[in-house]
Each structure stands twice: as structure tokens, then as C-alpha cells.
Design a protein around this ligand. Structure first.
Ligand SMILES: *Cc1c(COP(=O)(O)O)cnc(C)c1O
Length: 296
């Protein structure tokens, strides 16, 4: 791995030094949160589910009528090239597409060229010891964006909804908080999906509740089914979370992390559960081998 001071960032066709990776104050990504992103991980030189991430990126783009100035094959190569340029084996990749430079009006048609940014660097969302002990969380009073207002399926740069939830977590002194939708059903964390375990069943909220259909979540559903658990989508409330045997969160940045307390209610025995640990082990197995090779 290169020194962080030599980090290279892909910005509109070029690899530039971190200190030179700058965009205009007229970029609508900054002025209006008008843009989309993906968070991707590379493990041991394998980019995990790159194709799925890029399909979601192009779907987000289509939904907001944003033209990405590259084909999916070209973006694949750009992501791999950025990882190679930074000599990384395991890292987090942030792929951002902004509407680009426009004027002070909202009108996106003033923006002629979308900007494409790829940042690759090591990242632990939570301190490593929390993956052993599990985390305490609270439920947030901020509600998930309604699907009929801004679709939670669009991974947009408009993340105030999620930022407000993270602020609630910070104020409560915990690393993450849980978001309900406007009907009070559990949706997800600030940027991660939730699973509850009851007996042999693993349940995660469906997309229409307001959960982003996470790639980690989908991989965990597969891992759980392979291990013989009854893993499925289902609608549930905070009560079901409180009385679950086990609770865990999933996301590209968060990976798989156990939750041991919610709103002061201890979950199960107060330590990461057996099923959570098995899922985590199964997930670690697939990410090490299953992916797009960066180095041949
Ligand atoms: C990205 C994201 C997730 C997790 O999705 P992954 O594809 O697993 O990274 C969950 N919720 C929100 C709101 C997100 O933005």
C-alpha cells in the first residue's frame, strides 16, 4: 500500500493526488446533493459484487435522469485502475457521480457534464473491537424518506435523512441508530440494513418499507439460506427488535456487526449471538474469494 500522502484519486478521466482532487463550488452535487454514489469493498484483491454495485449505480442514474459519461465496462476498468494505482489489496471504494458544474439555479440541464470520482482507501466504519463485542443502538425519531417522495432505492448524494439519524446516534452516545418509516415499521440504520433473528428465522425489511436493498444484505440472505436458516424479508416493528434472539446490521462500510442493546433493551444474552457469528464467518469466507480480480 502507498503512503496516504501519495494517495491517488480518479477525477474526471485522470488519477490525481489527493490534495489536487477538487471540484467546482458550482457542482450541483454540492449545491443540491444532485448526484449518486456507491460504496464498494475490495477484499484480498477481489472486488466484492462489483457488477451488482454498478448495476445499482446505473439504476440510480437512470432514475434521476443522470447520464454517466462511461459504459459499465469502462467504469469497471476505472474502479480497478484506481485500486491498482493505490496498490491496495483490501479497501473501501467510494464511487461518486455528480450532476456536474452548472449555475446557481436548480435546473440540472445547465450541467453539461457529470463528474465521476473514485476514491479507494482503507476504512473501518466502526472500531475493530466493536466487531467482537457488538454495539448498542437507539431508535431515531427521524423517519425514513418515504418511497413516494425520494425513493430510498436511489443511492443519492441527498443523505440529510441519514445524517440526521447519525446525529441522533451521536447525541445518544452510540455508534448507530435505527430508522422507522412513517408507518412506524423498522426500515434500516443510517446506512446499513438490519436483520433480526428469532429461532431459526432471519428477517430483514423489504425494500418497499424504505430499506435500501443492500448488496451485503442480499449476500447475507444467501449465506443464511446456504447454512440452512429460514432467511427472508418481512415487516416488523421495534417490539420485534427488542424481543429478537439476535440483531445485526449489514452494509458495505459496516460489513456485519452484532447489535447487543436497542433503546436500553438487552438483545438475547447481551453478546453477539451464535447465528450472527456464523453469518459473519460465512460472509468473510465469500468476500475473500468471490469477486472481480484486481491483479491478474
Ligand atoms: C448503501 C446503503 C446500505 C447498505 O447497502 P450495501 O449495498 O450493503 O452497502 C443500506 N442503507 C443505506 C441507506 C445505504 O445507503
Amino acid at each position: 500500500m502507498r503512503k496516504m500522502t501519495e494517495q491517488l484519486i480518479f477525477l474526471d478521466g485522470q488519477l490525481v493526488k489527493k490534495e489536487d482532487a477538487k471540484i467546482s463550488v458550482y457542482d450541483h452535487g454540492l449545491l443540491y446533493g444532485d448526484g449518486i454514489f456507491e460504496g464498494i469493498r475490495v477484499y484480498n484483491g477481489n472486488v466484492f459484487r462489483l457488477k451488482e454495485h454498478l448495476i445499482r449505480l446505473y439504476e440510480s442514474a437512470k432514475s434521476i435522469l443522470l447520464t454517466i459519461p462511461y459504459t459499465i465496462e469502462e467504469i469497471t476498468e476505472i474502479v480497478l485502475k484506481t485500486i491498482r494505482a493505490n496498490e491496495l489489496q483490501s479497501a473501501y471504494i467510494r464511487l461518486v457521480v455528480t450532476r456536474g458544474v452548472g449555475d446557481l439555479g436548480i435546473d440540472p440541464f445547465a450541467c453539461k457534464n457529470a463528474s465521476v470520482i473514485v476514491i479507494a482507501e482503507p476504512l473501518n466504519l466502526f472500531p475493530p473491537e466493536l466487531y467482537e463485542t457488538g454495539i448498542k443502538i437507539v431508535s431515531a425519531s427521524s423517519r425514513r424518506n418515504r418511497s413516494d417522495v425520494i425513493s430510498p432505492k436511489t443511492k443519492s448524494l441527498n443523505y440529510l435523512n441519514n445524517v440526521l439519524v447519525k446525529i441522533e446516534a451521536n447525541l445518544a452516545g452510540v455508534p448507530e441508530a435505527l430508522m422507522m418509516n412513517t408507518d412506524g415499521y423498522v426500515a434500516e440504520g443510517s446506512a446499513d440494513n438490519i436483520f433480526i433473528v428469532k429461532g431459526n428465522e432471519l428477517i430483514t425489511p423489504p425494500g418497499y418499507i424504505g430499506a435500501l436493498e443492500g448488496i451485503t444484505r442480499n449476500a447475507v440472505l444467501e449465506v443464511a439460506c446456504k447454512k440452512g436458516y429460514d432467511a427472508k424479508e418481512g415487516v416488523f416493528t421495534r417490539h420485534d427488535v427488542y424481543v429478537a434472539d439476535e440483531v445485526f446490521l449489514t452494509g458495505t462500510a459496516a460489513e456485519v456487526i452484532a447489535v447487543i442493546e436497542v433503546d436500553g433493551r438487552q438483545i438475547g444474552t447481551g453478546i453477539p449471538g451464535t447465528i450472527t457469528n456464523k453469518i459473519l464467518a460465512g460472509f468473510r469466507e465469500i468476500v475473500e474469494t468471490d469477486g472481480t480480480k484486481v491483479y491478474e
